[in-house]
Design a binder for this molecule. Sequence first.
Ligand code: NAP
Length: 253
Amino acid sequence: MTTSAFNVAARPVALVSGGSRGIGRAIVTRLAEDGYDVAFCYRTRPDAADQTAEVAARHGARTLVRRVDVTDSALTRDFVAAAEAELGALDVVVTAAGITRNQPLALMDDTQWQDVVRTNLDGTYHLCRAALPFLIKRQKGAIITMSSIAGVYGSVMQTNYSAAKAGVIGFTRALAKEYGKLGVRANAVAPGFIDTDMMASMNPATRDKHRKNIPLGRFGEPEEVADLVSFLVSDRAGYITGQVVGIDGGLAI
Ligand code: NAP
C-alpha cells in the first residue's frame, strides 16, 4: 500500500522495520515530522500499521507499508527494493523490529531461542544487507540498529534476547568500520525500559521493582527513543559512527 499525501520532490527517504507499534511507530512518526517519506514493515497487525501510516501522512509523508517478516531474507530484500522503486533513494535505515520470549536458560526451548535470534539479529542482517548496496551507490546513508541494555549487560530470563542484542552491537560496529569510507554511518541504540506493548506482560510488582532501579525514576517513552534516532540520522551527527548510544534513564550507571 502506498499513500501519497503531498507530491513533494526530493524528500529524503527512510525505511523502518517494525514500524507499526511502539518504538518503531514513534520513529516513523518522528521521521515523517522531520520531512522524510517513510517505508515501514510489520508482521502481524495491519490495524496498527494503518494507524501509523495515517499519522505519518498527516505530517506530509508518503508511506509504503508492507507486511514483511524480517526473518525472511527474500521478502525483506523485495521490501527494500520496493521502497527504493516507489519512494526514491534510501537515506536512512532503522531496524526496530524485535521480540522477546523470556525464559530461564534451563527451561528455554529451541523455538524460543531461534525466534528471538532470527527476529532481532537475522532480521537486522537481512534489512541492512538488502539496503546497503543502495546506500553505497549514493555514498551516503545512516543506519540505526536497535540493541538493548540487555545486549550490553545481559538480562535475567533473556539469554536469547541478550545474545541477539549483543550480536546487533558487534554487527553494527563491524558495519561502521567496513562502510564508513563509503559514506555510510551505523550506530546502535540501546534502550532501557521503554513503555511499549513489549513491557505490557510485566506484572505491576515487577514494573515497580524495575522502576525503583532507574535513577530518573520512570520508564522511557517511545518518542524519547525516536528523538535520539532523529538526531543520530541527521547531519548534526555526521561524525558519529560505530557507537552504542544508551537511553535508559541512567539504569546502566
Ligand atoms: P513492540 O511494541 O512489541 O513492537 C514491535 C514491533 O516489531 C511491531 O511493529 C511488530 O509488528 C514488529 N515485529 C516484530 N517481529 C517482527 C518481524 N519478524 N518482522 C517484522 N516486524 C516485526 O516493541 P518495542 O518495545 O517497540 O521494541 C522495538 C525495538 O526496541 C525492538 O527491537 C526491541 O527489542 C527494542 N527494545 C525495546 C525495549 C523496551 O523496553 N520496549 C527496550 C530495549 C530495546 P507486529 O505488531 O505487526 O507484530
